[in-house]
Design a protein around this ligand. Structure first.
Ligand code: UDP
Ligand code: MG
Length: 137
């Protein structure tokens, strides 16, 4: 079994899509091992996306991610990292495959409804950013 960090981003929570996305996680075979509503500060969003600090979209992205509540989750499944990214679809909702979450629920390359870790090392670091070990089921 593998774990990944997922986020239901502020755009999706504000649009009342959290329930629909949680349903898709469960239907997709992911076990929920951690789940919390968080309203990130700007500094917390900047810390989470530190790897993108030099990118032109960093300021806008971190403003968006700290603009309202988001839901952070630890998902568990066989091959969870790859399978969650597959269910999310491409970063740009306009390029994401039909049936993927970002295609269905995202509205721009920035406001793309969900986050998923991209590798085992980043998954471990991102889970640790939001959850203490004793909080995980
Ligand atoms: N993003 C953006 N503009 C871009 C690329 C990415 O606003 O040109 C945002 C988008 O919300 C994305 C996040 O930055 O989900 C992190 O980018 P990354 O390249 O890591 O994409 P992801 O791993 O989320 O698919
Ligand atoms: Mg990424």
């Amino acid at each position: 079994m593998e774990r990944t960090l997922a986020i239901i981003k502020p755009d999706a929570v504000a649009s009342r899509l959290a329930g629909a996305i949680l349903q898709r996680m469960e239907a997709g075979g992911f076990e929920l091992r951690g789940m919390r509503l968080v309203h990130l500060t700007r500094a917390e969003a900047e810390g989470f996306y530190a790897v993108h600090r030099e990118r032109p979209f960093f300021d806008s992205l971190t403003a968006f991610m700290s603009s309202g509540p988001a839901i952070v989750l630890t998902l568990e499944a066989d091959d969870a990292i790859r399978r969650w990214r597959e269910l999310m679809g491409a970063t740009d909702p306009g390029k994401a495959a039909p049936g993927t979450l970002r295609r269905e629920f995202g509205t721009s390359i920035e406001r793309n409804a969900t986050h998923g870790s991209d590798a085992p090392e980043t998954a471990a670091a991102e889970i640790g950013y939001f959850f203490r070990g004793v909080e995980l089921g």
